[in-house]
Ligand binder design. Structure first.
Ligand code: UT7
Length: 349
């Protein structure tokens, strides 16, 4: 049976390193608090007027295409996962198509936040298995730093996130011991606003009760970006950290076990688990819960922070570059985040 393989992988992170100590200069926080609660030591921030979510994604894509031995002309579909697009619309997929000089191929943007890359992988897998496409470019890219609240008020969110991009080129393979074995996607919208950025939105002022309602100052239009909203600085992401944490530590192991059971495998068979880099404490909990050794899990949140849709491909790329992923290895990818949405993928490298 035809499967989908990762033919090439690449990553790009901006040069600008921002340490916890740097953040203490703009808000009331400490290196000790951030490290103890999240494991993060530093993250990368994009350079204004230079890096964007699309340009970083295109750079990661270039590296992935080079490693896959393909050119822009070979790519027949783009999937772009991000929660921080350059524009409200159009999405970043077409910006990459333009920047890399690709043909008039399909470009799909997906909005699944932290699980965007795993969702994208699943979508690509279906297109490849049906024979519709032969070279899909899947990108996860984020520029959080342009839109976070770096005052003390926003510290529970802003110390966590970082910028960067990862990309893969996906191709069909008929090798019996290679490729994606299965993908598993889930959602639960009951807590949709627990990790959200409601403004600017097309919600027409009907908002979840914990988000302040905004009175439009004109009868039509304005997209609810009112002076009131600007005055209250209410244009930032909202996160109920403890609620997200509690759900994540249940759903991560659950969806990994689902993938293992589906393939009649067990946790000891996993060569490397790449969990979405949400919080080192979450990854460590998952490791413990599944009885995995430290060598079976790759974490790099310490150096990059949480890069949402980019975190899985960045961690996978880094692990591959370090020689931690070898031919025939069983690799498990898993993610959980805003929505809530979560998912896993099991693949043979
Ligand atoms: O990838 C997307 C999915 N997101 C996640 O998975 C995030 C999941 N949640 C978390 O990782 C954690 O909830 C956080 C790291 C965000 C927060 O850690 P926590 O242990 O849950 O802290 P908390 O929000 O319960 O806050 C504890 C205290 C509060 O002070 P009081 O009320 O106890 O006096 C906060 O005001 O820590 C305070 N605090 C901070 N102090 C210093 C919150 N943020 C900071 C900060 N620096 N940056």
């Amino acid at each position: 049976m035809m499967r989908t393989k990762i033919a090439g992988i690449g990553m790009y992170v901006p040069e600008n390193v921002v340490t916890n100590e740097d953040l203490t200069k703009v808000m009331d926080t400490s290196d000790a608090w951030i490290q103890e609660r999240t494991g993060i030591r530093e993250r990368r921030f994009a350079t204004r007027f230079e890096d964007t979510t699309a340009t970083m994604g295109a750079e990661a894509a270039r590296r992935a295409m080079e490693r896959a031995g393909v050119t822009a002309a070979d790519i027949d579909f783009i999937i772009f996962a991000t929660l921080s697009p350059d524009y409200y619309f159009p999405g970043c997929g077409v910006l990459v198509q333009r920047q890399l000089g690709m043909g008039e191929i399909g470009a799909l943007d997906i909005r699944n936040q932290c699980s965007g890359f795993v969702y994208g992988l699943s979508i690509a897998d279906q297109f490849i298995k049906t024979g519709m496409y032969k070279n899909i470019l899947l990108i996860g890219s984020e520029t959080h730093s342009y839109a976070l609240d770096f005052s003390t008020r926003g510290r529970n969110v802003s110390v966590i996130f970082g910028d960067g991009a990862g990309a893969v080129v996906l191709q069909p393979t008929d090798h019996p011991n290679q490729g994606i074995l299965s993908t598993h996607l889930h959602s639960d919208g009951n807590d949709a606003e627990s990790l959200s950025m409601p403004n600017p939105g097309f919600h027409g002022g009907k908002l979840w009760d914990k988000v302040k309602p905004v009175q439009p100052d004109q009868p039509y239009g304005g997209m609810f970006i009112t002076q009131d909203l600007l005055d209250k600085d209410d244009l930032y992401p909202y996160m109920d950290g403890p609620a997200v944490f509690k759900k994540a530590v249940v759903k991560f192991p659950e969806v990994i076990r689902e993938a293992l059971t589906k393939n009649q495998l067990s946790a000891k068979d996993i060569s490397l688990l790449i969990p979405h880099q949400a919080n080192l404490r979450i990854a460590q909990f998952v490791q413990q819960e599944l009885g995995l050794s430290a060598e079976q899990v790759h974490n790099n949140i310490q150096r990059y922070g949480n890069t949402t849709a980019a975190s899985v491909p960045i961690a996978l790329c880094e692990a591959w570059e370090l020689g931690k992923v070898k031919e025939g290895d069983l690799v498990c990818l898993a993610a959980f985040g805003s929505g809530f949405t979560w998912g896993s993928a099991l693949l043979r490298w």
